[in-house]
Design a protein around this ligand. Structure first.
Ligand code: SAM
Length: 213
């Protein structure tokens, strides 16, 4: 049996996806009210509302991440944007089933990082994961895992190109780069025009790219 299909792991995922749906709904309502009152993204009021929201991947994207990490036989994975750790769990499960490895996760919000680590501990996967607290553009500069077999981009979209550029020298030749919300400003343009990748879209949100050398 794989870690992904283990009944206890599935039960944990069901709970997390249900929490994610609830907090997403709450966030959308609070966001609408805040914007109507003139509180912009980046204001303390907006940030306080976002702090409670998972903003998690879908179950399908979770399965895709698990499968890609297994197919690439990933041993080193970097995640940009961990939140409460839904994607992190799928990636850590894949590492466990690949025989072990290292997932370097990144998150700016301490309460989210702490909760993500508690959940990973509950799943028995905390030994695969290190969560770097702070802006990924800084924390990943200081802690450079290499070679990176899979990079998952799921933080603020306008930073995808910065994070990808930072890690490009460390990507393994067979690395997979997966971006959620890939419609983010400038990301697809960078892939198409400035870098050597072949990319395919998975649904409307997810882009999977491989270096072409
Ligand atoms: C869309 S959520 C991640 C969802 C997570 N991957 C999941 O599936 O559960 C994006 C997260 O990125 C975090 N974040 C924002 N700016 C960041 C930065 N500069 N570096 C690292 N994380 C950041 C936010 O706090 C937020 O929790």
């Amino acid at each position: 049996m794989s870690t992904l299909t283990d009944p206890a792991f599935q039960q944990l995922l069901t709970r997390l996806f249900s929490d994610a749906e609830r907090t997403q709904r709450q966030f959308h309502e609070e966001r609408r009210a805040l914007l109507a009152q003139g509180f912009q993204q980046g204001s303390p009021e907006y940030s306080a509302a976002a702090r409670k929201a998972h903003l998690a991947i879908t179950p399908e994207t979770g399965e895709l991440l698990y499968l890609l990490a297994r197919l690439r036989e990933a041993r080193t994975i970097v995640e940009f944007g961990t939140s409460f750790g839904v994607s992190t769990l799928h990636l850590a499960a894949a590492l466990r089933d690949n025989g072990g490895g290292r997932l370097i996760a990144t998150e700016t919000e301490p309460t989210k990082a702490e909760q993500a680590m508690r959940t990973l501990t509950e799943a028995g996967l905390d030994d695969q994961v290190e969560i770097l607290l702070g802006d990924a553009r800084e924390t990943l500069r200081a802690r450079r895992p290499r070679p990176v077999d899979l990079l998952f981009l799921d933080g603020p979209g306008h930073l995808y190109v910065d994070v990808l550029k930072l890690l490009e020298p460390d990507l393994s030749p067979t690395a997979a780069i997966v971006a959620d919300n890939a419609e983010a400003r400038g990301y697809r343009t960078y892939l198409d025009e400035h870098a050597h990748y072949v990319s395919v879209s998975f649904g409307t949100r997810v882009e999977i790219s491989l270096p072409t050398g």
